[in-house]
Design a binder for this molecule. Structure first.
Ligand code: GDD
Ligand code: MN
Length: 396
């Protein structure tokens, strides 16, 4: 074969696509200034941190001397001019860049956006408020590069780390409780799965990115709990000092979101917003049931006939609403609607039997009608949800 025909004239190849060690032609000489993508990207979410950015960058420059790095700030349209400050710094140092997000809030989403914006093979996430010790970064990078671990977490609760400086007593206690919960329910081995200071290979995050929650503070826990295989992890301790400027954004909704994440991940993502919607539809179904029963009884039908009609009505109501709302992404139409209704009715009948069985057994031991009734209803609801998710509206 005439191999010459397949040879590429290197002069035609854009300079940026050339091999790293290929000699530059004269036309590429001016592109000598082009730098390859840095090895490490430090992602820093910001919300009203103008007072901290200057000091933080001074410290980072010192801590990262000798490393090829970039810093990506992800700002959720702070009102204190944080992004203007970042832009001014970036004009003088091309290794700094800022993403300004408008109309969006959320620490986890901001971190994800920063990570996915970078092409650096290694990414770190840290806070902007000087509470994370940037001097740990070089050590974390060395561990990753040595190949000993795929994720390095700077932890506040390790032997050498300090947890009391920046955390109030109550928060310390809450933090510990949340950590125990994650360890027990998710089998997460991290000492501090709530840490917002870690470093990993970008590829690891890219892999789980579509499954991660955009809300809440718990990006690290989410990455670890969503990964199909266990991630080899190392921890380095650090001291968590008090905040100097600005205030913490961690509040009750953050804790609620964290608990939601633990429940979702512990149930293999089954119990989620979808489950809550399923429960809400079920609750409305009970009201429909009672209304139909009342109306039919007024027609002077026998109780058995009226109750049967009410059950069928409620079943149709629940199925239609779940099909339209709870499982709208897996909606059944046409014939599949009819077969779905039959499946739904059959599975829910088993749910009724299971629920009655459980509450009857409980009632025998401790006759507390309302408690036993609720327990039975919960078992039935859980059965209905799990089986219908897996069968009637199974993901394709
Ligand atoms: N872009 C963006 N959007 N940034 C945010 C948001 C947001 O909605 N909320 C907070 N941040 C930024 C802050 O500006 C700061 O740089 C960092 O995220 C952490 O926020 P803090 O408000 O300082 O959190 P903290 O110190 O109370 O919480 C720390 O400890 C938690 C565990 O107890 C953080 O390290 C958390 O990541 C960690 O989970
Ligand atoms: Mn903080």
């Amino acid at each position: 074969m005439d191999s010459a025909r397949f040879q590429i004239d290197r002069a035609d190849v854009p300079c940026g696509l050339r091999e790293r060690d290929e000699p530059l032609s004269a036309s590429c000489e001016q592109e000598r200034a082009i730098q390859p993508s840095p090895e490490l990207a430090v992602i820093i979410p910001t919300l009203n941190e103008a007072g901290n950015i200057g000091t933080l960058m001074d410290r980072l420059r010192q801590a990262l001397a000798g490393i090829s790095w970039e810093v990506v700030f992800v700002d959720d349209d702070s009102k204190d001019g944080t992004i203007d400050f970042i832009r001014r710094l970036a004009l003088r140092d091309h290794r700094i860049c800022g993403i300004r997000r408008i109309g969006r809030r959320g620490l986890a989403g901001a971190c994800m956006e920063g990570i996915l914006s970078s092409s650096a093979p290694i990414v770190a996430v840290m806070d902007a408020d000087l509470q994370h010790d940037e001097r740990r970064l070089a050590e974390m990078l060395a561990i990753l590069k040595s190949g000993e671990a795929d994720l390095v977490v700077a932890t506040r609760f390790d032997d050498g780390g300090g947890a009391n400086g920046g955390l109030s007593r109550i928060r310390h206690l809450g933090s510990r409780l949340a950590i125990r919960l994650a360890q027990i329910l998710l089998g997460v081995v991290l000492t501090d799965p709530m840490s917002g200071f870690f470093m990993t290979r970008r590829e690891i995050v890219e892999r789980v990115a579509p499954r991660l929650s955009q809300h809440g503070f718990k990006i690290l826990l989410d990455i670890v709990a969503s990964s199909p295989a266990a991630i080899r992890t190392e921890e380095v301790p650090f001291t968590f000092p008090p905040r100097l400027h600005g205030e913490s954004k961690l509040d009750a909704s953050v804790v609620t979101e964290y608990l939601g994440l633990v429940v979702a991940k512990a149930s293999g993502d089954l119990i989620s917003a979808r489950f809550l919607l399923f429960g809400l539809v079920g609750f409305c179904g009970v009201i429909v049931h009672l209304t139909v029963l009342y109306l039919l009884l007024r027609q002077e039908l026998s109780f058995v006939v009226a109750q049967t009609g009410a059950m069928l009505g409620a079943m149709l109501f629940n199925f239609t609403l779940n099909n339209a709302l709870t499982y709208r992404d897996r909606r059944r139409r046409g014939w599949r609607f009819v077969t779905g209704l039959i499946l739904f009715a059959s599975l829910c009948s088993v749910g009724v039997i299971a629920g009655v069985g459980v509450s009857a057994a409980l009632y025998q031991d401790s006759p507390q009608w309302w408690l036993d009734g609720i327990a039975g209803a919960l078992v039935g609801a859980l059965w209905n949800y799990v089986t219908n998710s897996a069968i009637t509206w199974r993901a394709h």
